[in-house]
Design a protein around this ligand. Structure first.
Ligand code: NAP
Length: 480
């Protein structure tokens, strides 16, 4: 069994207590052992990052880019094994893991490409013979805290822009799936990243999170995860006036109108609700359906859901893998019980899957509740599992009102052929990521990513917007 060490100041630290990274589809399998980082490790990592910062920041951005391009090549050469490990540690199906690995490679290349394009502003002055311009500069040491559901893509979409801007980083991956992030750091190490520029400390979120937020050299923190932890980080990091970026939960709606392409709408809702076991932050958890097609739509979604195959994501033909761990499974099953009390028995699903290989994993049936109303907890709270609440709307205006009636605002979708409705939705939906006639989940890296309301705080991630968080401006007025 391999022990995966922490990476501090260019060294792999493999000594110390370990914790297990287990396969949620087969809990007999330990995918790897990880060294449990301490608060002292976090301090050492932050100190190493601070020492490495001036030299890395001074390196021309196109040269920093060469290291990112090389890391992308290395990931490409290890593509199949990285994807398979991701399925084994997180549970998503192998095609989904391959898609995510491809995305990580593309993110590295995209931000590496930005190294040669990192512009500022050059504008004419009102004054004679004054040259005025603004250049981008890095922030310093940045802490990155990531969740388990996209275990390589999220670390990558934080690390790549941070590094290309000239920052140095300390990455704390999720304990449920640290190996994919470790592989990213390994690729950067093998690509020749200078020591101290990237540091990786795995272990308890409580212990390491506190140490990270309190680490003296830290200038900024980027977090993706639950609202509870995000709010805690906001409180603590604000005391030190750290720059903060938080991406948190959602209760994402898909509005289905009577003029939609019916079959495509069913497919889009089922895909967005259940693929990746509903464990995408942009997953649809509420389908808000116009009255006239409500009954027909509910029946079609139930029929389609019955055809989904749940099982070990390494096997061909599986649509849905397990929940990531026992705690996640318990949360999902608890919400199903709440849903039964609030909305009656689910029309499909509602149980943990047992018997044979199911007994070794955290498998749950994809579950559909109908007649959910906006006051119900299953219509308001994030479940983060394969549970879909279907809600009835009188008309488009009612659907929009219901869609916006939660504190969250991550993603939202509409299924319609009416272009005016599309634009009403685009301007009226309270969410940061919108899709039209597509599943609510499934974003690309070339545009800003993030939510609004309680789902997010601070500048957006990805695309050109990533630089708003990972760099600052220096403005220069020069008389010649
Ligand atoms: P989580 O429990 O909040 O954990 C996220 C990360 O924070 C993990 O690395 C965790 O470490 C760490 N952590 C735990 N306690 C901490 C503390 N006191 N201080 C600092 N860090 C701490 O979330 P999760 O269960 O991994 O992920 C699921 C959540 O993420 C869902 O709410 C989902 O909507 C959200 N999400 C949002 C987006 C988005 O872009 N908006 C994307 C993906 C996921 P440990 O693993 O060691 O506990």
């Amino acid at each position: 069994m391999q022990t995966f060490g922490n990476y501090i100041n260019g060294e792999w630290i493999t000594k110390g207590d370990t914790f297990e990274d287990r396969n949620p589809a087969n809990t007999d399998e330990v995918v790897g052992l990880f060294v449990k980082g301490s608060a002292a490790d976090m301090d050492a990592a932050a100190a190493a990052a601070a020492e490495a910062f001036p030299k890395w920041a001074a390196m021309p951005a196109p040269n920093r880019a060469n290291i990112l391009f090389k890391a992308a090549e290395i990931l490409e050469s290890r593509f199949d094994s990285i994807a398979a490990e991701m399925t084994r540690e997180e549970g998503k199906t192998l095609p989904e893991a391959k898609g995510e690995t491809r995305r990580a490679i593309n993110i590295l290349k995209y931000f590496a490409g930005e190294g040669a394009r990192m512009g500022g502003h050059l504008v004419p002055s009102e004054r004679d013979r004054v040259h005025m311009f603004a250049i981008r500069k890095p922030i310093g040491v940045i802490g990155l805290v990531t969740p388990w559901n996209f275990p390589i893509a999220i670390p990558c979409w934080k690390l790549a822009p941070a590094l290309i801007c000239g920052n140095t980083v300390v990455l704390k991956p999720a304990s449920a799936s640290p190996l994919s992030a470790w592989r990213l750091v390994e690729a950067l190490h093998d690509a020749g990243i200078p020591k101290g520029v990237v540091n990786f400390v795995a272990g308890s979120g409580g212990t390491l999170g506190k140490a990270l937020v309190e680490a003296k050299p830290l200038k900024a923190i980027s977090f993706t995860g639950s609202e509870t932890i995000g709010k805690w980080i906001h409180t603590e990091a604000s005391k030190r006036m750290l720059r903060i970026q938080l991406e948190m939960g959602g209760k994402n709606p898909t509005i289905v109108l009577k003029d939609c392409d019916f079959n495509a709408a069913v497919e889009n809702v089922v895909n967005a609700a259940f693929f990746s076991t509903g464990q995408k932050c942009t997953a649809t958890s509420r389908a808000i359906v116009e009255d006239e097609i409500y009954d027909k739509f509910v029946a079609a979604v139930v029929e389609r859901t019955k055809k989904l195959k749940v099982g070990n994501g390494m096997e061909a033909g599986i649509d849905i893998g397990p929940a990531v761990d026992e705690a996640a499974l318990k949360t999902i099953l608890d919400y199903i019980e709440i849903g039964k009390k609030e909305a009656g028995a689910p029309l499909v699903g509602g149980n943990r899957l047992t018997g044979g290989a199911f007994d070794k994993g955290y498998f749950v049936e994809p579950t559909v509740f109908a007649n959910v109303t906006e006051e119900m907890r299953i219509g308001q709270e994030e479940i983060f599992g394969p549970v879909l609440a279907i809600m009835r709307a009188k008309d488009f205006e009612d659907a929009m009102r219901i869609a916006n009636a939660t504190p969250f605002g991550l993603s939202a979708s509409i299924q319609t052929s009416n272009v005016s409705r599309v634009f009403d939705f685009v301007y009226g939906a309270e969410a940061g990521l919108l899709t039209v006639n597509l599943p609510s989940a499934g974003v690309e890296y070339q545009l800003p990513f993030g939510g609004t309301k309680d789902s997010s705080f601070g500048p957006k991630e990805q695309g050109p917007a990533a630089f708003d968080f990972y760099s600052d401006y220096k403005t220069i007025y020069l008389k010649y």
